[in-house]
Ligand binder design. Structure first.
Ligand code: GLC
Length: 476
């Protein structure tokens, strides 16, 4: 089976969050199913030197965006038994960062058009073209509306995955003719409140739509939780599935994590984690007292529930517990994190940005992992933390609800963490207090939950198996 993954992020090259992690781990899992996986990425300036050193230049061509002709260079690289293609264009991708430019609509239009041209030039009849999130949603109509390309695409199935429904790629309908060389008459097919949406275009033309957890699928089918997508998704619900993401155990496992100073397993987890906790606190110049550590590794955006969560975090700190936070994002949240660190400088550590090795130490060396998201299609931090024996405390939304079994006082044999529903500082703080009661009052149960969490199956190989089955069904 030949699969093309179309994305704007993929580990190990570029990622801003879960998307890049998941595209890679899913692809690696599919490769294990003997699928032949190709991933296409923009050649961003951050990776240009590295990629050019390791890859071979393959094609150069001009991409027409209506009246403009834009250069595309394609580099090919074989890595981890997968093929990566990188699309180079200095003007669109040579600027640093990935998203957030005024002309993102044009940048990703170029990228989508360049990918279609690449497939034509490769003359490769992919069985599956799998597009992730809004940036390349228009690739689906570009393929299906081009009758002349049927010779190559008629047996190809198109899959669209919604990782984050709040980003919809909404632009004035004129972009269809001005950027995509398509007729504006198509706009009614993916029109929403005066704009077209590249995400909805992808959904409309997809043979299979997926999202990243079964619970989030239900949320997207409801009016309240769908960001305006419920009507189209209800219409297409027979070809809409929710599959829980997984994590790549090759890279995220305390058994062989290369970033950790030493590894641990089920039997010595308690002891080793205590030692890792000391190292973690040292890294943040905090005195290692015998107190629990609450950790957070997250993009600092509104989605992550910080508007109510910071008040609970402040309260945890007021009570003398350690809090370690890593992430970057909206300025006001970064500033608030700094304010908390200044206020509680001897037991609060923050790292504004992302640092792989330190992130692994946080996952391994903490006691609790906080994820109070307002909405979370899947979430990845809670799964990594759990697999490292760090108990997640999550809000019951999206994939957080699907991936963490809440401890309710009676299910110590299977629970893997704690959760709450109401998005309020009080509900969050009460749940943290409940977790602390178990930690201090019944450490044996706490340890039992740590072991359950470690043993739970979060493997991306399981996820890949489910996707593979869906692909097979499509190709039947
Ligand atoms: C998006 C979602 C997150 C999910 C990730 C990977 O970032 O917000 O919940 O885990 O995509 O699918």
């Amino acid at each position: 089976m030949k699969i093309l993954m179309v994305t704007t992020e993929s580990a190990p090259f570029v990622k801003t969050g879960g998307l890049g992690e998941v595209v890679y781990s899913l692809s690696a899992g599919l490769k294990k199913k003997t699928a032949d996986v190709t991933i296409v990425l923009p050649l961003y300036s951050e990776i240009k030197t590295l990629v050019k050193k390791q890859s071979v230049p393959l094609f150069e061509y001009q991409v027409p965006l209506s009246w403009r002709m834009q250069y595309a260079g394609v580099y090919r690289l074989e890595q981890d038994e997968m093929t990566f293609y990188f699309i180079d264009n200095e003007y669109y991708f040579g600027r640093g960062g990935i998203y957030g430019y005024f002309d993102d609509g044009e940048r990703f239009a170029f990228y989508s058009l360049a990918i279609k041209e690449l497939i034509l030039r490769l003359n490769m009849p992919f069985d599956i073209i799998h597009v992730h999130d809004y940036p390349c949603g228009m690739l689906l109509p570009l393929i299906r509306e081009d009758r002349d390309a049927d010779y190559l695409f008629s047996n190809t199935k198109l899959v669209m995955t919604i990782h984050n429904p709040s980003f919809q790629g909404r632009y004035p309908p004129q972009v269809l003719s001005d950027l995509y060389n398509l007729s504006e008459a198509l706009s009614h097919k993916f029109y929403i409140n005066g704009t077209i949406s590249t995400l909805i275009a992808g959904i409309e033309y997809a043979d299979l739509i997926t999202t990243v957890s079964p619970n989030h699928r239900e949320e997207l089918l409801s009016v309240a939780g769908s960001f305006g997508l419920s009507s189209i998704l209800n219409r297409k619900q027979d070809c809409f599935v929710g599959i829980l993401n997984g994590i790549d155990y090759q890279r995220f496992s305390p058994l062989h994590d290369e970033y950790l100073p030493f590894n641990y397993h089920l039997k010595n987890m308690d002891l080793k984690k205590q030692e890792l906790k000391k190292r973690l606190l040292e890294r943040f110049n905090l005195a290692p007292l015998d107190r629990p550590v609450f950790a957070m590794v997250s993009r600092l955006s509104q989605q992550k529930g910080l508007d109510f969560a910071f008040a609970s975090i402040d309260a945890l700190l007021d009570n003398g517990f350690y809090v370690i936070m890593m992430g970057s994002g909206q300025k006001e949240y970064e500033e608030y994190a700094e304010y908390l660190r200044n206020k509680h400088y001897d037991h609060c550590g923050i790292y504004l940005g992302y640092h792989d090795e330190l992130a692994h130490l946080i996952y391994a060396g903490s006691d609790f992992f906080l994820m109070p998201s307002l909405f979370e299609p899947c979430g990845i931090g809670q799964m990594i933390a759990a697999h490292y024996g760090t108990l997640p405390i999550v809000r019951e939304t999206g994939g957080l609800k699907d991936s963490i079994i809440k401890y309710d006082g009676t299910n110590a044999d299977r629970a893997t963490g704690y959760s709450f529903f109401e998005p309020s500082a009080a509900a969050f703080f009460n749940t943290c207090s409940y977790a602390l009661t178990t930690y201090y009052g019944d450490y044996e149960t706490h340890l039992k939950l740590m072991k359950n969490a470690f043993k739970y199956d979060f493997s991306s190989v399981t996820t890949a198996t489910l996707y593979y089955r869906q692909y097979l069904k499509l190709l039947k």
